[in-house]
Design a protein around this ligand. Structure first.
Ligand SMILES: Cc1ncc(C[n+]2csc(CCOP(=O)(O)OP(=O)(O)O)c2C)c(N)n1
Ligand SMILES: [Mg+2]
Length: 820
């Protein structure tokens, strides 16, 4: 019986130790021998999966292969100390680890290689990511968290190397909070006393990335249970170690992090990737330090090999010397483990061979099952369409061409869905002008297939659960005579105070957020009130501030992670875009990280404190809601909305709004604002002005002055750019005014273009326009620091006035004579 049965994995019965040990002289107990042999079985089966996987690519059955060969033994050792509740954040070499913790079957491994889009077949990504991208499903089918302490968890991999590191920090940070904050003890579905370790894996070459250093430094500062393994094969694709790492050794380069008797830091352990007993011992030691003491540990696994080279895209013979290749063959971890089993455990060679045979056979069978399931699934469509085409041939028109289409379809060797779709669409072209049952059937098939393919390839960009940001109930702010007029920042402060009071899972962190309560005092006094674990300062490290939030949110916490200014988003953008924005999508709803990112932008002073790079966010952050409140009351309402939702969001406060006076709602902690619902700030009949954020005030000022000259403006604050005007309120306004202006502080062609596309195309507004639509934006450069630099760089009331006035000059030059 194979080790893995392909669906529910069960360890097979390994031959009884007493029958396989040479003259029963081994120093190992029977139970230990059994464990060692099971480990070896797994190492061989995983290796075979890599070898077979490569062959599948070369046979054209899969597009690309990247495998974990050469890392089997180290990963088996790591898996031994990985417990329920723990999390992995790793990369594409970790198949053996995933097998070992029972989070992946060999059949699923092959299903992913073939990109089988069925969720059962590939629960990590449902065919959405290339092979070697692992992840467990932390959510149930309804999108709610499972009990994470009862399962072994892996966060979802991404391809950018080192991209797993920021998230790893957050996964570890969560344990610190769960251990040290007594109010969190009740959340035993997320953590048991913070005992969980976050296990990271990374390749040696990828440790050169800034994200790696940023995350490692932060983990040392925070003292969190983060156990990072570095698989060091001496290369990053073709580039040898000396190009990557100071002293050609990451553990030497990081030696200054090593904790001492008097200073906190890391425990750094070095071990060879082929030395099974040393690896077991190393990981046991690492686990104990990390789990019990919450000290971060680096395990530098050296002398790792890559028997098949980096990936199926090239061969390593091109860049490795004969000597290196010979050394790798000699130090192959499976080979070394085999020698050790024969020489030290004293197992009979024939028994070792029997295990190898069984393991290899198991891998082959898993491959065959995965391929059969994949082909069967894809062929369903193919059979349906070919049967309809057969009937369509009888319609007469273009019969020969329809037959040709069908023949092409049924003879495709490795069919894909696109071939079937293409055949159906081409057939409909041939049948244009025809009527008949076959044609109706084909159209019906197409409709169903399009819906199915949407589910396969495009679903889950945002949450689809009952807690989706789109479903949060709208609660109006309430005001009474006692509602006081305060600085905008105090509105936020009350909102955050209520959020921290109402939900122990809420935490806030960022640069200057803790002690002084952020640079604009939105959290002023809240650290003193709610404690340092809830409201805390971080180092200057935008990328890992986001990672800290993602990891914590993956483990059930409700972080508000602050990026001090919108201009510094650029430092965090890789993690936001590659990791957070696509999390729900790339797991097809298997994981969520409801992280709120707080920042401030639009208008203040100079190049790096007045940015409004909204187009950049819209382009790179689909999957995260983008919220641009015009004042702090709106911001508070959106924080309340997002804290009730399980979607991620960026909330951009207006930098110049913290001292403006606002009335604080009596229900500051409860009221919510719906996403994607614009607000009409001023009604008018001549022109619709669409804007958001700080520009609302500028546009309102211009609108008042325009009113004085007889031009009536309807001003709309879109409030949230993603989602954008869900109920198409803007087109309704344009039906009335027949003119539209889009205004913001981004570059020309930035977010105004997005709004224009949404309104003219999505909302079909072009048909109601009597004048060309216009955009009013900032200049292409960032704002100069001079006191009037902002005025001359960004749209000001005079510019808005003149652009709108010019629009009306065109409409009625008699009524509106040119200004100059
Ligand atoms: C940010 C980023 N840059 C480049 C790549 C392309 N790439 C994929 S793997 C790889 C080499 C990684 O080497 P290493 O970290 O040592 O891992 P190994 O494959 O050797 O285990 C590179 C450059 C990538 N995926 N991500
Ligand atoms: Mg490497």
């Amino acid at each position: 019986m194979p080790i893995f049965d392909g669906t529910l994995k069960k360890r097979s019965s390994i031959p009884k130790p007493d029958s396989v040990i040479k003259e029963a002289k081994t120093k190992f107990s029977q139970a230990k021998v059994k464990e060692i042999l099971a480990d070896y079985h797994l190492a061989v089966e995983s290796r075979e999966a890599s070898l077979l996987g490569r062959k599948e690519v070369f046979m054209g059955k899969a597009k690309f292969g990247i495998f974990g060969d050469g890392k089997e033994v180290a990963q088996i050792a790591m898996a031994k100390v990985f417990r329920n509740g723990d999390f992995r954040s790793g990369y594409y070499r970790d198949q053996t680890f995933m097998f070992a913790i029972d989070a992946l079957t060999v059949q699923q491994f092959f299903a992913q290689l073939y990109a089988h889009t069925d969720l059962e077949a590939d629960p990590s990504t449902a065919g959405r990511l290339m092979t070697g991208h692992f992840g467990t499903r932390t959510l149930d089918e309804a999108g709610h968290f499972k009990n994470l302490t009862e399962i072994k968890n892996s966060s979802a991999d991404i391809s950018p190397t080192a991209g797993q590191m920021p998230r790893l920090l957050g996964l570890a940070y969560a344990s610190k909070l769960y251990r040290n904050n007594p109010a969190l003890k009740a959340f035993s579905n997320f953590s048991i006393n913070g005992n969980e370790i976050a296990f990271g894996t990374i390749g040696n070459a990828s440790t050169s990335e800034g994200m790696f250093f940023e995350a490692i430094n932060a983990a040392g500062v925070l003292q969190v249970p983060m156990l990072t393994s570095i698989w060091d094969d001496g290369y990053g694709i073709s580039v040898p170690q000396e190009y990557h790492t100071t002293k050609s050794s990451i553990s030497k380069a990081l030696a200054g992090l090593q904790r001492t008797e008097t200073e906190k830091g890391f425990e750094i352990i070095r071990v060879k990737g082929w030395d099974y007993p040393a690896l077991i011992e190393a990981y046991q030691r690492a686990e104990k330090i990390c789990r019990e003491e919450h000290v971060p540990v680096i395990v530098h696994v050296e002398e790792v090999t890559q028997p098949q080279g980096h990936s199926t895209s090239g061969s390593h013979e091109r860049y490795k010397s004969k000597e290196r290749l010979a050394w790798e063959a000699e130090h192959d971890c499976n080979r070394k483990m085999r020698e050790w089993i024969l020489n030290e455990v004293l197992i009979l060679p024939e028994e070792v061979e029997a295990i190898e045979k069984e393991a290899k056979q198991a891998a082959k069978e898993a491959r065959d099952r995965a391929w059969r399931a994949f082909v069967e699934d894809v062929r369903k469509d193919q059979h349906q369409v070919s049967a309809i085409l057969e009937k369509a041939e009888r319609l007469g028109t273009n019969a020969e061409e329809v037959t040709n289409l069908r023949n092409e379809l049924v003879t495709a060797i490795n069919p894909t869905r696109l071939e079937t779709m293409r055949a159906a669409k081409r057939a409909l072209r041939l049948l244009r002008g025809e009527t008949g049952e076959a044609k109706d059937e084909l159209i019906a098939w197409l409709r169903v297939a399009e819906a199915d393919n949407f589910q396969r390839y495009s679903s889950h960009l945002y949450s689809l659960s009952s807690q989706s940001g789109l479903t949060v109930e709208h609660i109006q702010p309430q005001y009474s005579e006692s509602s006081s007029l305060v600085d905008g920042r105090e509105v936020l402060q009350s909102c955050f105070d209520a959020a921290l009071t109402n939900n122990p899972l809420v935490i806030a962190f960022g640069e200057d957020v803790g002690k002084i309560g952020d640079v604009n005092q939105g959290f002023a006094g809240l650290q003193a009130k709610h404690g340092e674990l809830r409201v805390t300062d971080t180092g200057i490290r935008e990328c890992t501030i986001i990672g800290q939030g993602i990891g914590a949110a993956l483990r059930g916490l409700r972080p508000i992670a602050e990026i001090q200014y919108l201009d510094y988003f650029i430092y965090a953008l890789p993690t936001l875009s590659d990791d957070l924005a696509c999390l729900q999508y790339r797991t097809k709803g298997g994981q969520k990280a409801p992280l709120i990112i707080r920042t401030r932008g639009h208008r203040l002073e100079g190049v790096w404190h007045a940015g409004s790079q909204i187009g950049m966010l819209l382009h790179s952050l689909r999957g995260i809601y983008i919220i641009t409140p015009r004042n702090m009351t709106q911001a508070a309402g959106f924080y309340n909305t997002m804290l009730k939702s399980d979607d991620a969001a960026v909330i951009i406060e207006c930098l110049n709004g913290y001292r403006m006076k606002e009335r604080i709602p009596d229900n500051i902690g409860e009221f919510t604002i719906p996403l994607g619902v614009p607000e009409i700030l001023r009604e008018g009949s001549d022109v619709t002005l669409v804007t958001y954020g700080s520009m609302c005030r500028v546009v309102m000022e211009a609108a008042e002055e325009l009113e004085n000259v007889g031009i009536s403006c309807e001003v709309i604050d879109v409030q949230t750019l993603l989602p954008f005007d869900r109920h198409h309120a803007i087109v309704e306004s344009i039906k009335k005014t027949n003119r539209v202006v889009f205004a913001d502080e981004d570059v020309p062609g930035g977010a105004t273009s997005f709004m224009m596309q949404q309104v003219l195309e999505e909302q079909n507004a072009y048909q109601y326009l009597d004048s060309a639509p216009i955009t009013i934006t900032a200049k292409e450069h960032r704002p100069a620091y001079a006191s009037d630099g902002d005025y001359f760089t960004k749209p000001n009331p005079e510019e808005v006035f003149e652009r709108v006035y010019a629009l009306m000059v065109e409409v009625d030059p008699d009524k509106f004579p040119s200004l100059y």
